[in-house]
Ligand binder design. Structure first.
Ligand code: ADP
Length: 584
């Protein structure tokens, strides 16, 4: 047990208190007893001498007085007291028992001078066993008012001391017992007081370890009971607050864990203290734990500089990590006293946004480029005509044909662009109805047979059934099929063959258009559906292509709930598959 514990302190105080009280009482008792005993002896001495003096009476001469007193001493019989007749020099004239020859004590000297003294003599007579204490009382014997002798009486007072010692012994014994009792009671008393305090302290420790659910039993109605009650209220409140805080924390953690934006939290030194899963996906954090390790290669700033900058508000940086563009948004986080505790970085993936931006720029550049070429041609031919070529009819007709052709190209381009724009804005009206896909395919093939024949190409149509029904806009679907067939004719050489097939696959009706033409390189396959994308720009332009046909076809197929696929091998041929949801 700790010596500094409250229990031990209380026991010590209790014992000390009892000790002090006992010692004070004992001392008072001892002094009182001893002074009473001495006063009693003194009174008895005074009384005996006064009685003797009265009995002897006045004497006329010194000799008479001495004789009278000698006789009185002779008659005096007391085994313990001693009576002496002394001359004015303190010499013993007569005594019942002679021990010393002179007694020149203060009391005797005062009597010789006829003075009275309050304090009695304390005389020690040597004995066989030990020094024995006597109280001495002296009175002058006067003849005609002159001191002729001194009567001196000694009464034993040593018994007083003996009695005192035994009283002191009893008192010491009592003190000893009182201490033992006070220790015992002190323990009981302090146990009674400290037990609830220890229980409270244990409970507080349990609380610090997280046990807030079990309230303490209130055992008494006093201050300790009140303290226990308040303690229970405090635990309940604490429990409530902790539950609320942890539920808030859980909510935040769930938000952090599931949000698509990345979150990084740095302390004041730039050490990473928190990151969410999205961050790892966005920028990858393997073995990176500091601001410098994570952003050192991308940002031209130190962490300290960043902290001073974000004091004034949020700071944004757009960086490129491999293929991704990310927007970093740094903000400070503060404590209650508005001191910066570190920074929070929100990371947003803006790759799509950036790509869209780039696509838009590219689109505008493409449109301008596509329009500029025919416009330049038209302008130069028109200028040549104005400058004199008009006179030559043949040249004029040729030039006007070129101008007409270029205008057609521009019209086609503008029409395609308008169409795409309408499709993008969902402004195109589709007349959806049940249609016979086989008929549309056959009709389209017929329209392109002449073109194929011109290039000595064979165009073959195979279909097991002639009645594939789908829901769609007949004109739009025909537009798609015609575009694919026209591409097959355009991008195949003389003598190549084109095979068209319609069949059923899973829940789709598939229109397959296969050619043995030039094919498309593998790396371009995914991009041919992009706007203005052409494998061979010069060839496409020469064929009157705009580079928008497949992009429009894809949009129309998407609208019909279908899709478009392509397989191709360079030099071998290309095969387009149009998948339409099958109506039955
Ligand atoms: P274009 O107006 O240039 O024909 P498209 O969007 O219809 O534009 O086609 C995009 C590009 O895809 C074409 O420029 C061409 O390079 C390529 N392409 C389309 N169909 C075929 C095919 N059957 N064989 C080879 N290349 C093709």
């Amino acid at each position: 047990m700790r010596m500094k514990s409250l229990k031990w302190r209380m026991v010590t105080i209790y014992v000390l208190l009892v000790l002090i009280v006992m010692i004070a009482c004992g001392t008072m008792i001892v002094t009182q007893i001893s002074s009473n005993a001495y006063r009693e002896i003194e009174n008895s001495l005074k009384k005996s001498i006064s009685t003797s003096m009265e009995a002897i009476g006045e004497s006329s001469t010194k000799e008479e007085a001495i004789t009278k007193w000698e006789n009185a001493i002779k008659e005096y019989r007391d085994s313990e007291r001693k009576l002496f007749l002394l001359d004015t020099n303190g010499k013993v004239i007569y005594a019942d028992k002679i021990v010393r020859e002179t007694y020149l004590t203060p009391m005797v000297m005062a009597a010789i001078d006829d003075k009275t003294m309050k304090e009695f003599d304390k005389v020690y007579e040597k004995n066989k066993d030990d020094d024995k204490e006597y109280l001495g009382y002296a009175r002058p014997i006067k003849v005609n008012d002159e001191v002729v002798a001194v009567i001196y009486m000694l009464a034993p007072s040593w018994q007083v001391k003996v009695n005192l010692y035994s009283t002191i012994k009893i008192i010491i014994l009592a003190i000893f017992f009182a201490i033992i009792l006070s220790i015992a009671f002190g323990f009981m008393f302090s146990n009674f007081l400290t037990k609830p305090i220890i229980a409270l302290s244990n409970k507080a420790r349990d609380m610090s370890e997280g046990d807030l659910d079990n309230p303490m039993e209130v055992l008494s109605d006093d201050e300790i009971g009140e303290l226990t009650k308040n303690f229970n209220i405090m635990a309940k409140e604490l429990n409530h607050n902790i539950t609320e805080i942890s539920s808030e924390k859980n909510k935040l953690e769930t938000v952090f864990a599931h949000m698509t934006d990345g979150i990084l939290v740095f302390d004041t030194e730039g050490l990473l203290i928190h990151s969410n899963p999205a961050t790892r996906k966005l920028i990858g954090l393997t073995n990176k734990n500091t601001f410098l390790e994570i952003f050192g290669d991308y940002l031209d700033t130190t962490y300290d500089r960043l902290l001073t900058h974000i004091k004034g508000g949020i700071r944004q940086h757009i960086i490129r990590i491999k293929e991704k563009y990310v927007n970093l948004c740094f903000a400070p986080y503060l404590d209650q006293n508005e001191n910066i505790m570190g920074s929070i970085c929100v990371i947003q993936d803006i790759t799509k946004h950036k790509k869209l931006e780039e696509m838009q720029k590219e689109f505008v550049a493409n449109v301008s480029h596509e329009l500029r070429t025919p416009l330049t041609t038209i302008k130069s031919y028109a200028e040549t005509l104005i400058n004199g070529a008009l006179d030559d009819r043949e040249i004029t007709v040729d030039f006007l044909n070129v101008i007409n052709h270029e205008s057609d190209r521009m019209t086609a381009l503008v029409q395609d662009l308008l169409e795409l724009s309408r499709l993008d804005n969902k402004q195109t009206k589709f007349r959806m109805q049940s249609i016979n896909l086989s008929h549309i395919v056959e009709g389209s093939i017929n329209k392109f047979q002449i073109h194929a024949k011109k290039k000595h190409q064979t165009m073959v149509y195979n279909s097991t059934e002639n009645d594939y029904k789908i829901i769609g806009d007949a004109n739009r679907i025909e537009q798609v099929i015609k575009n694919i067939i026209s591409n097959a004719v355009k991008y195949s050489n003389e003598g190549d063959s084109i095979t068209i097939n319609v069949f059923e696959e899973s829940d789709y009706v598939v229109v397959m258009i296969e050619d043995t033409g030039m094919g498309i390189p593998n790396e371009d396959l995914t991009r041919i559906f992009d706007r203005f994308y052409r494998v061979d720009k010069a060839r496409s332009r020469a064929m009157g292509g705009t580079g928008l046909g497949l992009a429009i076809a894809k949009e129309i197929m998407d609208y019909h709930g279908g899709h478009i696929n392509v397989t191709s091998e360079i030099g071998v041929g290309t095969c387009f598959y149009l998948y339409f949801p099958y109506e039955g």
